[in-house]
Design a protein around this ligand. Structure first.
Ligand SMILES: [Mg+2]
Length: 186
């Protein structure tokens, strides 16, 4: 199980991800988490920065779908403002929401064309890796605002990070060491 908690790679923010390189490598669909990946829980509307991100990523040629575990209208409001498809109450780390996103995409993608982006090991990374997707971990935008289930997941995450470091030191060094360095500085 713990190997499926290891992302393909880590970038500090969505703006640090090399989208052109991903596109050159054959990726076409981005399934992204919403809260603390694209925006902080405190934001009520997409920021100008987020509109610019969406425009930049789509201009490269990607389709973007938001896949969020939140049940709130907030997911729909953000997705509609940005003009993106979405799946809310996605139940990550089950495969259900991610599979639903693949069904509602503009056309059928091979799994090898799909990238998932998220800020949590226990939900985003684990769900995505179970489905066999390329998975990018980002640092949570604002950890102080995380809700209780997420705080519990973070405790589990710390436990598993130590296990991963022990059992898969090379993968830890390549995909997680920077994350562990960054994650506690806000
Ligand atoms: Mg999140």
């Amino acid at each position: 199980m713990i190997k499926k908690l290891i992302p393909s790679c880590y970038y500090k923010t969505i703006n640090d991800i090399p989208y052109n390189k991903l596109y050159e490598n054959g990726f076409r669909l981005i399934l992204t988490d919403l809260d603390n990946t694209l925006i902080s829980y405190l934001e009520k509307e997409p920021t100008l920065e987020l509109f610019n991100w969406k425009k930049m990523v789509e201009e490269i040629g990607f389709e973007i779908i938001i896949v969020s575990n939140s049940r709130k209208e907030r997911v729909k409001n953000f997705a509609n403002s940005l003009g993106l498809k979405y799946v809310k109450f996605a139940k990550k780390p089950t495969k259900l929401g991610l599979k639903k996103a693949l069904r509602i995409a503009s056309h059928k993608y091979a799994l090898s064309e799909v990238v998932e982006i998220g800020d949590q090991l226990m939900t985003d990374v684990y769900g995505s890796r179970r489905l066999g997707l390329y998975t990018i971990l980002v640092k949570a935008i604002d950890k102080k605002t995380e809700i209780l289930p997420t705080k519990i997941n973070r405790k589990l995450e710390n436990h598993f990070l130590m296990k991963i470091q022990k059992k898969y030191p090379k993968l830890y060094a390549s995909a997680l060491v920077d994350y562990v360095r960054d994650k506690n500085d806000n």
